[in-house]
Design a protein around this ligand. Structure first.
Ligand SMILES: [Cu+2]
Length: 252
């Protein structure tokens, strides 16, 4: 009797039960971390010291867009994120939506997200990555699907290359060595894509609000608001700074 209990309760019961649990948890884990995904919208989020590059691909329309420090999601839709790092170890963490996932140099980690209601959430780097680790925020915005599609179409479009003194300053000061403004100058990839910078609420990964005064202060001396930031100070005249900031402000 006691032998039957030991063999039954100790062997025949737990083995299939544990196997089933293992299979189930493996399947659940693969759903959120599967590296190739059938979702319509695929986003690559690349962590840099100390900002986020966010690259969208709509697999239906072929639209692509690059932005920074902001992640937009259509409510109710599963979105695949490929998480990467350009330098050191970082971690993606948007507590309202998902748990932490490491971002490892040379590797891609996958995460599938679904926002169930519209709203604004805060994301943050969750792995100490140097002096400005704390100033590495990612704004997450969940919006209605139609609004999302219009937003992505807009983000995918280059800017109208209208004549503007600030545009001349941008090129003359070689800001384009590090920054891309699609429609004006491409190839700069050491800093955030500035094509639609004025459509974002913050600059410098949440360190400053997006407005003219903040832009001027930042461009004159990024080190004052974010010591260690990988952008050098500029020695532009007040007029050039004004022109530059007023041009960036119209890049909606
Ligand atoms: Cu960090």
């Amino acid at each position: 009797m006691s032998r039957r209990l030991v063999v039954g309760g100790g062997l025949f019961l737990p083995v299939p039960l544990l196997a089933a649990l293992m299979g189930w948890s493996g399947w659940q884990a693969s759903l959120v971390t599967w590296p190739f995904s059938g979702t319509r919208i695929q986003v690559t989020v690349t962590a840099h010291m100390w900002w986020w590059e966010v690259r969208y691909r709509d697999t239906l329309t072929g639209r692509e867009a690059v932005l920074a420090n902001e992640l937009r999601l259509p409510v109710g839709e599963r979105i695949y994120l490929a998480l990467a790092s350009a330098d050191v170890l970082h971690a993606f963490w948007a507590p309202a939506l998902a748990g932490k996932v490491d971002m490892v140099p040379g590797r891609l980690h996958g995460l599938t997200l679904r926002a169930s209601a519209p709203g604004r959430f805060r994301g943050q780097c969750a792995e100490y990555c140097g002096t400005q680790h704390a100033a590495m925020a990612l704004g997450v915005v969940a919006v209605a699907p139609q609004e999302f599609d219009a937003w992505l179409a807009h983000q995918a479009a280059p800017v109208n290359a209208v004549a503007h003194r600030g545009r001349e300053v941008f090129l003359a000061a070689r800001c384009n060595a590090c920054h891309t403004v699609r429609g004006v100058s491409e190839g700069g990839a050491l800093g955030p894509d500035l094509t639609h910078i004025a459509s974002r609420t913050h600059i410098a990964a949440g360190a400053l609000p997006m407005n003219r005064a903040a832009l001027i202060g930042w461009i004159a001396n990024p080190q004052a608001s974010k010591p260690g930031a990988r952008m050098p100070p500029s020695n532009l005249s007040p007029e050039d700074l004004q022109a530059l900031a007023s041009w960036l402000e119209v890049l909606q």
